[in-house]
Design a protein around this ligand. Structure first.
Ligand SMILES: [Fe+2]
Ligand SMILES: [Fe+2]
Length: 476
């Protein structure tokens, strides 16, 4: 444990460039491992090509072992990590990832003292169809039986068996990710509700996909959060909160595994609501004191329920417990001075923003995104630390992606991206309102000037429900 703490401190001190260099070394090491695994299926044990491949890998892994006792690779949700760093992989590496995933292997650790012969023996073992099949528990006993003591294997925690295939397929559509996340959440909620054992496997793997997508292109998924799906409100609220939290995590440059934990925590934050009777959840008016008591319990119930779910991070319990602990009306009450975990604060912030913009139950009408930002600003320092709120606003803009704008030119613009000027985003000019502008339309920046004056400025926002514009078409 102390070792782990020291490791993470050292990592924090690493400069950006040192980190990039380490990622590159890890990538080449893993790539040369692939070469060994390929060669072992093509050449006999003593063949010079195989020996050369093993030597090359040994050289690369020894480089990594210069300043660490062991070099650990993890395969999570189709992604490769070296320690906690995400390592970019290409299609060539997806084959080996598939091989490991099919055997339910989620981690490979190489230790100091490893020799070329061990590498070749290991490659020989893993190349066999039946090796390390998913049912066999003690992988390391098997390795030791073959005299391999400097390589250790871990079973997959979050392995997504289709990982390799997903990389080949390329990017998923934002709307598919949204739907899959809703499905995964529904399964967990149903299991928890009926007291059945539930596993986080599916949730973890959809969150990995969400994180990838957000890291790749934050705007597409964020645009979706602005479309409120009333039919699925309870679930959509949690998915939106998760997308917003993950987006803020990536905006704040958290490490990828951390962002994934944050995403899961946000998705689960309201799970304690399964114990609140439906009439109370959907009651449009004010709650009685008695009814409110039920609502107030959901952070505690949530944390308790999550403690029974296999594979969930402790931070998800913390965030569920703390997500309403702000301001005078915060609950549940805790004694003494109490500082909430930053992840709880991020979830709180995303949760509040989502609830305000949806404003289905707690407010009588829908509040526009820019008005929601003003409400959050009024509560500055209460929902979360001011610095987090500032980052959130910088990320989301005063006019978030998906906001419909009235422009002073008489045009209607749909916000697609933010610019450095939060009052002047980039917008898609709409004139047909049937979604067709998405393919052919003109995207303009409100920063553009002509003769020293802005070409276009915002004169107001339009409620898409009142204007009867189907926003889904623009963010599908
Ligand atoms: Fe809540
Ligand atoms: Fe919530």
């Amino acid at each position: 444990m102390a070792d782990e703490q020291n490791d993470s401190k050292t990592e924090a001190k690493q400069s950006f460039f040192a980190k990039q260099k380490l990622i590159e070394s890890a990538r080449t090491a893993f790539q040369s491992l692939t070469a060994v695994l390929k060669s072992v299926t093509l050449y006999p044990e003593e063949h010079p090509v195989l020996l050369a491949a093993a030597d090359k890998f040994l050289e690369k892994i020894e480089e990594l072992l210069l300043d660490r006792k062991e070099a650990a690779f993890y395969l999570i949700g189709g992604e490769l990590f070296f320690e906690t760093l995400s390592v970019p992989i290409d299609k060539n590496l997806s084959l080996i990832m598939e091989q490991f995933a099919a055997r339910d292997i989620g981690g490979i650790v190489f230790k100091q003292g490893i020799a070329s012969a061990e590498i070749i023996r290991f490659a020989g073992m893993i190349s066999k169809e039946s090796a390390f099949s998913a049912g066999e528990e003690d992988l390391n006993m098997l390795l030791a039986g073959e005299g391999i003591i400097h390589i250790m294997l871990h079973r997959a925690l979050l392995v997504d068996k289709q990982a390799g295939a997903a990389i080949k397929e390329g990017k998923k559509r934002a709307s598919d990710i949204f739907k899959e996340t809703i499905e995964a959440l529904k399964e967990i909620v149903q299991a928890v509700h009926s007291g059945k054992a539930s596993s986080m496997r599916k949730v973890n793997s959809v969150i990995q996909i969400m994180v990838d997508n957000v890291l790749d292109d934050r705007d597409a998924l964020m645009g979706l959060t602005n479309i409120k799906m009333y039919d699925e409100y309870t679930f959509a609220h949690s998915v939106n909160t998760s997308i917003l939290s993950v987006s803020l995590g990536s905006y704040l440059s958290l490490d990828k595994p951390q962002i994934a934990i944050l995403g899961v925590a946000a998705l689960m934050h309201d799970i304690g609501k399964v114990t609140i009777p439906g009439e109370i959840i959907n009651k449009p008016g004010k709650l009685t004191d008695e009814e409110w008591k039920y609502v107030e319990r959901h952070p505690i119930d949530g944390a308790l329920l999550l403690s029974n779910v296999r594979g969930v991070s402790k931070l998800a319990m913390v965030a569920a417990f703390e997500h309403h602990q702000h301001g005078e009306k915060g609950y549940p009450e805790v004694e003494g001075k109490y500082k909430r975990h930053p992840f709880s604060q991020i979830v709180s912030l995303a949760d509040s923003y989502e609830a305000i913009t949806s404003s289905r139950v707690y407010y009588s009408n829908r509040i526009s995104p820019d008005a929601a930002i003003r409400i959050l600003l009024k509560n500055k320092g209460i929902t979360c630390a001011p610095v987090l709120l500032q980052a959130f606003i910088n990320m989301i803009g005063i006019f978030p992606i998906g906001t419909l704008l009235k422009l002073d030119t008489g045009e209607v613009g749909l916000v697609m991206h933010q610019t450095r000027d939060l009052m002047r985003p980039r917008v898609l000019i709409l004139n047909k309102f049937d979604g067709s502008e998405k393919e052919t339309g003109e995207v303009v920046s409100l920063v553009e000037t002509m003769g020293g004056n802005y070409k276009r400025s915002i004169s107001g926002t339009i409620d898409p429900n009142i204007a009867k514009i189907d926003m889904k078409k623009y963010f599908d």
